[in-house]
Design a protein around this ligand. Structure first.
Ligand code: SAM
Ligand code: SF4
Length: 471
């Protein structure tokens, strides 16, 4: 779920207003979703898009704190923004600079000390208050709002705007769960995102219906621990993620459902049965294991063993035989020996992943891992990471190669790399390019895979009807 890539969030053109905003998202998809919701909220205060920070009256950096590198990127970006703001001031303009997201939550006032150009700091639970915070910042008060308020953020946000939804394409994120109570010893999330909370089924259904009506065909449910979902159902009882997925599968014309990120301990029977019963639920699951060593899993406080994890993979594959898996891995957690690392490689071989995200352990202030002795040397982490990635990349290549000659449904979501091409995603999230008319964007079609490129598969439209219902 985490990538260090930086995504740029643009508001659609066409709103009526006089102020411009530029939002840059770092880190996970939950931040991308939050940036979209900030944009929705700011549009009610008259803000419209600009695609360049230099042209913006307001720049928001929606930050990630998961690893040191991710957090440090923010400070170098703030240095560049200060220069851009000074330039605007020289020509009679101005620029407000806001820091949002997990660095904001974790570092609060410290950000103002390290980067005095920042005008306001807002945590992930209070961004619905942005218009008010911006107004206060204009009075030069530099507000820092990192509370975990009692009011429901989602209730205080406007519904996603139709024109913005259309501009964002046929795949949409919907956050259904936030926070985490698991306290893995390497992780800052329980401190930055707070305790586990779930949105109500009614609120999620309303949002998905609105997205579907605006043309969305694929919904990815998001949560730091999405399968710990326990929102209030229409019957007043607490619903599981499996129950929620069953309800969302009835909303037409959404044809694809996904969810991320899951914890192995929370894969309950209702969720595994949903994979068996719901054709709309895609046969791809990101199920991070972090390590294959039981000793390291124990010190990480993951509360499952590698055998538990492998049994779980078997159960899910029994329910849905074409299921493909991806995972996150951390190498060089304190005390990790060569033997522990070999156990991780063995687990990767046993599962055979179609994609993997792997990271060198990064000690995070305030987490138990950062205080542990036996920190592993950077050079050892780098060597282990390279070995792990070589193994995982080989598995991914094999899986992609194995698709050649097969037919898969593809949801087209954008123009392709070359004129005349369009691109989309397979059920397993592989990028697929075909020669076809742009009018097919937003629909699902059956594609015969003919070749494998460096970054995507290539195929031709097949005569077979798509198995996933076409809207
Ligand atoms: N909730 C998910 C789970 O339990 O697996 C993970 C969410 S975390 C935001 C995303 C990934 O970042 C983790 O799975 C882990 O691999 C990685 N990560 C978290 N803390 C890290 C750290 N201190 N150093 C390196 N990688 C880390
Ligand atoms: Fe972090 Fe562990 Fe919670 Fe995932 S389950 S968010 S890794 S503390």
């Amino acid at each position: 779920m985490i990538s260090d890539e930086t995504q740029t969030k643009k508001l659609p053109q066409g709103d009526t207003g006089t102020k411009t905003v530029f939002i840059k998202s770092y880190g996970c998809q939950m931040n991308v979703y939050d940036s979209q919701r900030m944009a929705d909220k700011l549009s009610t205060a008259g803000y419209v898009e600009t695609s360049e920070a230099e042209d913006a009256d307001l720049v928001i950096l929606n930050t990630c704190h998961i690893r040191e590198k991710a957090a440090e990127k923010v400070y170098s970006e703030l240095g560049r923004l200060r220069v851009a703001r000074d330039e605007r001031r020289r020509t009679g303009g101005d620029m407000q600079i806001a820091v949002a997201g997990c660095v904001a939550q974790a570092e609060g006032e410290e950000i103002l000390r390290r980067a005095p150009a920042v005008d306001l700091v807002v945590g992930p639970q209070t961004y619905h208050r942005l218009p008010d915070l911006i107004a206060r910042a204009r009075q030069r008060t530099k507000p820092v709002d990192t509370e975990f308020p009692v009011e429901d953020k989602f209730a205080a946000l406007p519904a996603p705007r139709r024109e913005a939804t259309l501009a964002r394409g046929p795949s949409a994120f919907v956050t259904v769960q936030e926070g985490c109570d698991k306290f893995c010893t390497f992780c800052v999330v329980p401190y930055t995102r707070g305790a586990e909370t779930s949105r109500s089924v009614a609120g999620i259904v309303a949002e998905v219906e609105r997205l579907a009506a605006a043309g969305v065909r694929e919904i990815s449910l998001l949560g730091q621990n999405v399968n710990a979902y326990h929102g209030e159902g229409p019957d007043g009882r607490s619903w599981t993620l499996g129950m929620l997925l069953n309800r969302l599968a009835r909303i037409e014309p959404v044809v694809r459902l996904r969810y991320t990120t899951s914890h192995p301990r929370d894969m309950d029977d209702s969720l595994i049965e949903a994979h068996r019963d719901l054709p709309a639920l895609m046969p791809f699951l990101h199920l991070p294991v972090q390590s294959g060593s039981d000793r390291i899993l124990d010190v990480m406080n993951r509360k499952h063993t590698s055998a538990d994890y492998l049994r779980l993979i078997d159960r899910i594959r029994t329910a849905r035989p074409d299921m493909a898996f991806s995972s996150d891995f951390i190498v060089g957690f304190p005390g990790e020996t060569e033997e522990d690392f070999e156990a991780t490689l063995r687990l990767i071989e046993a599962v055979s992943y179609v994609s993997a995200y792997s990271f060198k352990y990064s000690p995070r202030p305030g987490t138990p891992g950062a205080r542990m002795g036996d920190q592993v040397e950077e050079s050892v982490k780098a060597r282990r990471l390279a070995r792990l990635q070589a193994l995982a990349e080989g598995q991914q290549r094999d899986f992609n190669q194995d698709r050649i000659g097969r037919t898969m449904d593809v949801l087209f979501d954008r123009k392709g790399k070359r004129p005349g091409q369009i691109a989309g995603r397979s059920p397993f999230l592989q990028a697929v390019q075909v020669e076809a008319d742009e009018t097919r964007i937003g629909t699902v079609a059956s594609v015969e895979i003919t070749a494998m490129g460096a970054w995507s598969l290539h195929g031709v439209l097949s005569d077979m009807p798509a198995r996933e219902a076409v809207a």
